[in-house]
Design a protein around this ligand. Structure first.
Ligand code: DOR
Ligand code: ZN
Length: 404
């Protein structure tokens, strides 16, 4: 495939280039590349072309909760949102806490995704470190819940936590407040890389800033909703009081600002959506934590660029390059020769509103309905094949990622 007239950022400088992809990989980036007869040509029309987004935090609900989302609908939401690689969390049913369950989950989901994917393994309360040892090369990270959330995966036993840290390649944690500090202490003591999911407060950003100053291998993620939304949005009306509930809860405007600052100054490394689809009926009937997000994350972060919250260069780092690098995902996250031909073409001049009608997530609602998007995903390309363009989807070719 040859993608013509791509506006790209090369070390912060805008350039117009053509990108040639062969056998799934980018093989040439240059001005005016000539086409061969049988090469598929796509014209980016001087729109921005970014490396496909890598989202390290999604809950695709498959198997077991597929009334909320399944691997196909969730991956369509990815393709439409410019996400070409996602990592699925272990709180599916059954919870992914043994090698056998992991292998079975992988088998069930084969051939169902439009984009590439990987899995996190779950650390369990009754210490499954012997299982963790068996799967370290088959998963992205071990995820542990140190605070209550959706599913029954809270780990409180200190011995179990220690063993999980000792036996994992990298530990991803759901930790809030003081538990962030605690997780950092474990990482330090057991000399393990730590990935802190969804920071939500100024205090947590400060904990991470200190840890990085100390030279610890600690990474942090923030979700678009913790950047853009806060308690005043939750309290807007009776409906929002139910819909905009998530773990961690949305905090204050001041916390939003501290998270943006953390994202700018390198304290926060990645955007992960925590795409947590629940049907709107479930959300309105009973307090249910989590919100869908993957379909609109890039469009929202481009809004952040327009509002001068971050630069486009930083957006590319936190949404593509760093997530792939931190988790050592092979050939993802950069527009460079040798990398996978995962591209997203975005129109940053689009100023239409995010609407409910075009959603593909089974959750069928978005916290951003009516918001003016910062740009629109026109086309998404996975390993040199068009998978999404102009509201149409093509070919289920997603496969599991590999590691460096
Ligand atoms: O709000 C949340 N929902 N937070 C989580 O950590 C899990 C997620 C879910 O799975 O619904
Ligand atoms: Zn989550």
């Amino acid at each position: 495939m040859l993608v013509k007239n791509c506006k790209i950022l090369d070390k912060g400088i805008e350039k117009i280039v053509d990108i040639l992809i062969e056998n799934e990989k980018i093989i040439k980036i240059d001005k005016n590349i000539d086409r061969c007869d049988d090469t598929e040509v796509i014209d980016a029309n001087k729109n921005f072309v970014l490396p496909g987004i890598v989202d390290l935090h999604t809950h695709m609900r498959d198997p077991g909760l597929s009334q909320k989302e399944d691997f196909t609908t969730g991956s369509m939401a990815c393709a439409k949102g410019g996400v070409t690689t996602f990592v699925d969390m272990p709180n599916t049913v059954p919870a992914v806490i043994t090698e056998k369950i992991l292998d079975e989950k992988k088998e069930i989901l084969k051939g169902k995704s439009y984009v590439d994917y990987g899995f996190n393994f779950g650390g369990s309360k009754n210490d499954n470190s012997s299982e963790i040892c068996k799967v370290v090369d088959k998963v992205v990270a071990t995820k542990i819940f140190l605070n209550v959330s959706t599913g029954d995966m809270l780990v409180t036993d200190e011995n179990a936590i220690v063993n999980i840290f000792k036996n994992s390649k990298i530990v991803a944690v759901h930790a809030e407040g003081e538990m962030v500090k605690k997780a950092i202490e474990f990482a330090k003591k057991y000399n393990k890389p730590l990935y802190l999911c969804h920071l939500s407060t100024e205090e947590e950003v400060n904990f991470v800033r200190e840890a990085k100053k100390e030279g610890l291998e600690v990474y942090a993620e923030v979700t678009p909703h913790h950047l853009f939304l806060n308690d005043s949005d939750v309290n807007r009306n009776e409906k929002s009081k139910m819909l905009l509930r998530t773990k961690p809860e949305l905090k204050t405007k001041k916390d939003n600002e501290a998270l943006w600052e953390g994202l700018r100054d390198g304290t926060i490394d990645t955007i992960g959506t925590d795409h947590a689809p629940h049907l709107i009926e479930e959300k309105l009937k009973k307090l249910t934590f989590g919100m869908p997000s993957v379909e609109n994350s890039l469009e929202m972060m481009l809004k952040g660029v327009k509002e001068n919250k971050i630069t486009l260069q930083r957006l590319i780092e936190v949404m593509s390059t760093s997530p792939a690098k931190i988790m050592k995902i092979k050939n993802k996250g950069k527009l460079e020769v040798g990398y996978d031909g995962d591209l997203v073409i975005v129109d940053i001049n689009d100023s239409t509103k995010i609407d409910k009608e075009s959603l593909v997530t089974k959750a069928n609602w978005t916290p951003y309905e009516g918001v003016v998007r910062g740009g629109k995903v026109l086309t998404t390309i996975l390993r040199g094949k068009k998978i999404y363009s102009d509201n149409k989807f093509y070919g289920i070719n997603g496969r599991e990622i590999s590691y460096e």
